[in-house]
Design a protein around this ligand. Structure first.
Ligand code: APR
Ligand code: PHB
Length: 392
């Protein structure tokens, strides 16, 4: 059976779901296809820092009630290194704030609101394949509840993450891939313990990076730099806490982590990746399908939301005026901002982590860089401006 819609959206992560909402506001129909179950995508723990622009986008689509109630508004973050802790005051430096609210909570809210509004999201699809992307009427075939189905549409939005299928439908010779892998990873834990303080702490310690973050007034989120091939289960809770205390409390200024039962442990690789362009015929890539940033600075979801804001605006123009001008500019416009955010994520990562094999000279340079960016007014503004989020 062949169905029809205006936009097929592949992937129900933040990019795909937010795009469906933004299109609905303009009266543009879409169908979202997701390979996982609703339960799976709602439980997937990812980062949790929202830029102001991301909060604004959620407000624009009317999905900010719970975020306003439960999100934690932060006016700064801290860096610890060389025995001292330094604070970046976002309000004072750039007049902005960030909101701490888990990505899976955003996903839960977007799914609930979409289904309430009668939106079409198909979970548990398989064998997704795209066809006729360079024609007027692209096709997407897939299997759902055992049946093979097909949808024809005006456009396809590839919002299916880094491991998705959409990017692979772009001929290799049309795509340029830029990639960088880091010689370390993050071991992340979720602990049932009240956060020790309100703001995040990024620590650059002689034994490696660590990060103190949170999810709620009862849940602390912590990360430790580790080797990429490390097994999370090989770490006992005692060993984890000892390492976290050592790296995060090195300023000896009274900051003490609260301990509690470890609810979850996982190792995440660190990668920078961009593919150009983000368009092929009537296929438009958005979010992790087109780019990955290392998590230092928590830009992944924010970048995904920024992409679909641009894409939704361009599709709106196309349906309102018939002009494809903004769609033709989509990739170039997104990439300009994406590369600046790549630069920031790479800079935060390289400034704060220990690189295996680097010498003492390199470490002294790194400490000087941290000293500069935490004490110079210009340096502090650079970090703050990027952290709260660059304009679209
Ligand atoms: N068909 C349908 N859905 C697919 C397919 C496929 N072949 N492959 C992957 N998916 C789904 C995934 O299950 C996932 O739910 O696409 C969705 C992609 O969502 P995300 O990975 O969350 O990507 P995105 O929406 O771009 O959001 C980026 O997510 O990975 C984090 O750190 C990243 O915070 C960033 C954010
Ligand atoms: C998180 O809370 O998961 C988090 C916070 C800040 C980061 C990365 C992850 O830079």
């Amino acid at each position: 059976m062949t169905e029809q819609t205006r936009v097929v959206i592949v992937g129900a992560g933040p990019a795909g779901l937010m795009l469906a909402h933004l299109l609905q506001m303009q009266g543009i129909d879409s169908i979202v296809l997701e390979s996982r179950s609703r339960e799976y995508v709602e439980a997937r723990i990812r980062a949790g820092v929202l830029e102001q622009g991301t909060v604004d986008a959620l407000a624009e689509v009317g999905v900010d009630d719970r975020l306003r109630r439960e999100g934690l508004v932060h006016e700064g973050v801290e860096f610890t290194f060389g025995g001292r802790r330094h604070r970046f005051d976002f309000r004072e430096l750039v007049g902005g704030t960030i909101t701490v609210y888990g990505q899976h909570e955003v996903v839960k809210d977007l799914i609930a609101a979409r289904l309430d509004a009668g939106g079409d999201i198909r979970f548990g699809v398989s064998e997704v394949a795209l066809g006729d992307l360079t024609g007027d009427r692209p096709r997407v075939s897939f299997r759902h509840n055992g049946e093979l189905r097909e949808i024809t549409a005006d456009y396809v939005a590839g919002c299916d993450g880094f491991h998705g299928v959409c990017r692979r439908h772009i001929p290799e010779e049309r795509l340029t891939v830029y990639e960088h892998t880091y010689p370390f990873a993050w071991l992340g834990i979720l602990a049932e313990a009240p956060p020790a303080q309100d703001e995040l702490v990024y620590a650059s310690h002689e034994d490696g990076f660590a990060l103190f973050s949170m999810r709620s007034p009862q849940i602390t989120r912590l990360y430790l730099q580790c080797d990429p091939d490390e097994d999370a289960d090989a770490w006992t809770d005692e060993a984890l806490w000892a390492e976290l205390h050592k790296r995060l409390e090195s300023a000896d200024d009274g900051f003490r982590l609260n301990e509690g039962p470890v609810l979850q442990k996982n190792v995440a690789p660190m990668r920078s990746f961009v593919c150009e362009p983000m368009q092929y015929g009537r296929l438009f890539l958005a979010g992790d399908a087109a780019h990955i940033v290392p998590p230092t600075g928590a830009k992944g979801m924010n970048l995904a939301v920024a992409d679909v804001r641009v894409l939704a605006g361009a599709l709106e123009e196309r349906y309102r005026s018939g002009s494809t001008g903004a769609l033709d500019e989509y990739s170039r416009r997104c990439l300009r901002r994406i590369w600046k955010v790549q630069r920031f994520s790479w800079h935060m990562t390289s400034m704060l982590h220990r690189y295996p094999g680097r010498d003492a000279f390199a470490r002294r340079l790194q400490l000087a860089e941290l000293d500069y960016f935490t004490t110079s007014e210009a340096g502090r503004r650079v970090v703050a401006e990027n952290y709260v989020g660059l304009p679209l």
